[in-house]
Design a protein around this ligand. Structure first.
Ligand code: SAM
Length: 222
């Protein structure tokens, strides 16, 4: 771990937005999954969520089928697996997130209308059938990117990027990238995991706290 690398880790973590996330509901093409996670990294999403596609494997969400072109973004944005979308929506709502389903319905609003400075989860649907009616109903709001062309929908990763960069725009204006949104203990834990990905699992398995790091990212007493 070089001091420069550790400084970059701290800089990135100090801009992470634990109150902004996505829930991918059966997004099944690896290049779309990778592109969405890459955008999540760029806007500062701390953790993403996904319901695997029908017949999908857990491994799909543990990095094995992410495309190399993602620039390894999945290393910096863990994807938490859920069994079904409605359940996941309810869990995220119970954690205080307002869930915005990307879904055309009578109650859909333009994606620029919601206040993304509040805890927000953007629910994205499968390439073939989109967000299910049940999940869209369980969501707090339905949003759309207005379409004026011949084609009815965007690629899911393009829709995700459009919406997440609106969230970034609002959060930048509100100063949410100016100071860490993670508390100090969480920031230190994430920093250890990013700096020492090979050591961190052993500490977790033993139920031990991560060791302290000095200002250069070296393990204190290590
Ligand atoms: N036939 C599907 C349907 O009726 O929903 C199309 C799914 S679309 C290709 C895949 C996903 O991209 C959608 O579920 C949504 O998450 C996102 N998406 C595509 N176009 C969108 C738009 N105009 N506004 C918001 N989200 C969009």
């Amino acid at each position: 771990m070089t001091p420069e690398r550790y400084a970059k880790i701290l800089r990135v973590l100090s801009r992470r937005q634990p109150t902004l996330t996505v829930l991918m509901d059966e997004v099944n093409k690896p290049h779309n999954l990778s592109a969405i996670v890459r955008t999540c990294d760029a806007v500062g999403v701390l953790q993403a969520h996904a319901v695997p596609p029908r017949g999908g494997r857990l491994a799909d969400f543990e990095g094995h089928t992410f495309e190399a072109t993602s620039g390894s973004a999945h290393k910096w944005v863990p994807v938490q697996r859920h069994e079904n979308a409605v359940q996941a929506v309810r869990e995220l709502q119970a954690q205080g997130f307002s869930v915005l389903a990307t879904h055309l319905s009578q109650r859909s609003v333009d994606y620029r209308e919601p206040d993304y400075t509040r805890p927000t989860c953007v629910l994205l649907g499968a390439e073939k059938w989109g967000v299910s009616d049940e999940a869209a109903e369980a969501a707090d709001l339905n949003i759309v990117v207005p379409m004026f062309g011949m084609v009815q929908s965007l690629n899911v990763s393009v829709a995700a990027a459009t919406i997440l960069f609106e969230a970034q725009r609002q959060r930048l204006a509100a100063g949410l990238y100016d100071s860490p949104q993670l508390d100090q203990a969480a920031l230190r834990a994430w920093a250890f995991e990013w700096a020492y990905p090979d050591l961190a699992p052993a500490y977790r398995e033993r139920g031990e706290a991560y060791p302290a790091l000095d200002e250069h990212g070296q393990i204190v007493g290590g």
